[in-house]
Design a protein around this ligand. Structure first.
Ligand code: SF4
Length: 67
C-alpha cells in the first residue's frame, strides 16, 4: 500500500483556511493563521480528500507525494 506524504509551505500560504476546513485532522493553522501539517502520513481513507485539498489550495502551498 502506498504511503502518501503531505507537506505544506507556510511561506506561500495565503491563510485561506480551506485545507483546515476540509481536513482538520491533517491541517491546522499557527497563531498567524499559516498552515501547519498535523499528520504528514494520513491514512488511505483520507488520500482522495488530501489530494483535493492540495488541488484546491489557492496558492499551491500543499505538496503531496506518494512513496
Ligand atoms: S488551503 Fe493553502 S493557502 Fe489556504 S490555509 Fe491551506 S495551505 Fe494555506
Amino acid at each position: 500500500m502506498s504511503v502518501l506524504r503531505v507537506t505544506a509551505n507556510s511561506d506561500t500560504c495565503a491563510v485561506s483556511s480551506l485545507c483546515v476546513y476540509r481536513l482538520p485532522g491533517v491541517f491546522d493553522q499557527d497563531e498567524d493563521g499559516l498552515v501547519v501539517v498535523l499528520d504528514e502520513t494520513p491514512g488511505s481513507d483520507l488520500h482522495d480528500e488530501v489530494r483535493r485539498a492540495a488541488r484546491g489550495c489557492p496558492t499551491k502551498s500543499i505538496r503531496v507525494t506518494e512513496e
